[in-house]
Each structure stands twice: as structure tokens, then as C-alpha cells.
Design a protein around this ligand. Sequence first.
Ligand SMILES: Cc1cc2nc3c(=O)[nH]c(=O)nc-3n(C[C@H](O)[C@H](O)[C@H](O)COP(=O)(O)O)c2cc1C
Length: 333
Amino acid sequence: MSAVRFTPLTLVNGLTLKNRVVVPPMASQTADNNGLATEKTFSHYQGLAQSGAGLVMVEYSHVNLAGRSEANQLGAHDDACLPGLSQIAKLLHQMDVKTGLQITHCGGKDSAAISTDIMGPSGIVVPAYDRVLPTPRAMTQDDIARWQQDFVNSAIRADKAGFDLVEIHCAHGYGINQWLSPLTNQRTDQYGGSVKNRARILLEMVSQIKQAAPRLAIMTRIPGQDGYPGGLSHSDMGQVSQWLVDAGVEILNVSSGIGGWNRPKDIRGEGFLVADAAPLTGKTAAAVIGVGGIETLDYIETILTNKQVDLVAVGRAILAGPTDFATRVMVNN
Ligand SMILES: Cc1cc2nc3c(=O)[nH]c(=O)nc-3n(C[C@H](O)[C@H](O)[C@H](O)COP(=O)(O)O)c2cc1C
């Protein structure tokens, strides 16, 4: 076996990942009610780093207390979060792992139990297969500017905390996905209508973050498609990806859209979202991550060797046993 998984990867901004395996962002529900990391958060990430992955992403962290979907969601919304976030980055760096912080506003996917001001691009309920979500109010130009400032401020905190990169969560039906998708964005101003207009809030944000925190690499977790009738298509996301990379994104982390991150009912086997990522690989200067039910060394080597993706994300198989994964997959034989 050629062991492509151990080949380092250097991103456009010069950041080098020591191998091709990534732990994707996974909510640990270990923060306190103000979004501050706890001892449980620290030991959770120390555990994940034992997988041997070269990049460990830190879970979706809200940019504003009003944009949460869980009461114990990690936060990046306030300087009070800095000591905890710095501690996570430090622990991971001590284990020779690169790390990034995923930032999000849940928008119309906020929890009605904890948010009193649920908003989205057009006041349209976010469609979901597994639950009925609340009706958001349509956002004003001031709300748009506020979201952008909140994302930028959170990225600046990721920078101050010592993370190597920041990831904007644009998938799984959360806030930015709601802006990209024609299902939830039916505005008639410059932030709605064409794909370019629907991507505008995000593209502006990427440029603002690039200016405010130039040291950080930027990753976007994007849907390969919405996975919902009438939603974002592969071709829409091909265009959006090119614009994102032109604006300064170094990694496209390809997952699913409005329908959520779960395995589509009709797809079996490992790599259930790799077919959504593969068309984007090699098309831009950005590295592409594929994900979905990946667990074995053979599958990881195959999709890397075939250049279907540049990096492989392994979530639940690592969550279930980081050291078992290290012994099973991250050995050079
Ligand atoms: C417990 C759990 C929490 C998750 N939280 C997030 C999250 O915070 N952000 C995100 O983009 N995806 C999240 N996901 C989706 C994962 O990143 C990943 O895409 C998904 O688990 C599929 O990969 P896997 O089959 O290797 O687990 C979560 C998944 C799980 C299982």
C-alpha cells in the first residue's frame, strides 16, 4: 500500500498539514450555557487528537448568543471565550495537530427554546426531514451587517486564540446555507435572486475575514448540493466554490445542505458524500475534503490515490475510538 494518507499537504497560504486525515467539526455539547469551554471540552479534543489526524476541527461555535441551536454549544461570540478557545488550540498544537474553529449562526435553525429573535433571509421556515423548525423573521440590511461583523469578530478571536484556520459553516441548513439556498432565500435585493446575489453575504464575509485576520487559512463547510427538491444544485455549488476561492478560501469542506448531514437514504457504503466533493477537486486552488461514513484504511487510500478528494474527514469512526482508529489506520505498513 502506497500510504498516500501520510503525504503532507501545503495550502495556498503556506499552512502545512502533516497528513491527509481530518477530524470534521462535531458538536461535543460540553460548553457551559454562556458558550465557554469546560474541562470536558479540553479532554474531548485531547482524545480526538489521539486519532493521528493531521487536522482536528473544533465544533460549530456560535458568533452570537442569539444564533445558537443548543444551550451548551461552544461560543466564539465574546472575548470571554478567548481563554477556553486558546486552551483548546494549545492542547492540540502540543499534540502536533493543526486545528481550526468552525463558526456559525444558526439563523432559522436556532432553537426556539433558547433564542428570542429567530431570523433568516426571507422569513421562510427551513425545511428539515426530521423536525419542524420555527418561523424566522426576514432580516434587514442592519441584520446582514451585524451577522458579517459577528463572523469577522469571531474569526479575529480564532486568530487571537492561536487556531491555524477558521471555518465558516455554510452547510446543513444553518444560517449561511439559508442564504445560499433558493428554498430559503427569496429576497429581491442584492442579497437574493441569482446565485451570485445569494452568495454575496458570504463572499463579503470571506473578504472581510481575510483582511481582518490574514494569518488564518479560511475553510468553508459547503453543501455539495442541498439534497432537497428545488434546492442548491451541484452546478450552483461549482460556481460558489470558484467565487469563494477567488475571495481567499483555502479549503472546501464538502458536506450536505438543507437536508442535514445524515446519510442520504439511497446511498450505501463508505464515503456517502464523496461523490458530491469529487467534482470540485482540482478545479480551483483550494484543497477539497470529502466525508461520509468513512472508516477503513483501504477506502481512505483509494479515494486519495484516485484524487477524488485531497483530504478525508472521518467523524464518527474516530469519535467512537480515536486510539483504535490510530492503530487500525494511522500506521505505516
Ligand atoms: C455528534 C456529531 C456532531 C456534529 N456536529 C457538527 C458540527 O458542529 N459542525 C458540522 O459541520 N458538522 C457536524 N457534524 C457532522 C460531521 O462533521 C460529519 O460531517 C458527519 O458526522 C459525517 O461524517 P462521519 O460519517 O464520518 O461521521 C456532526 C456529526 C456528529 C456525529
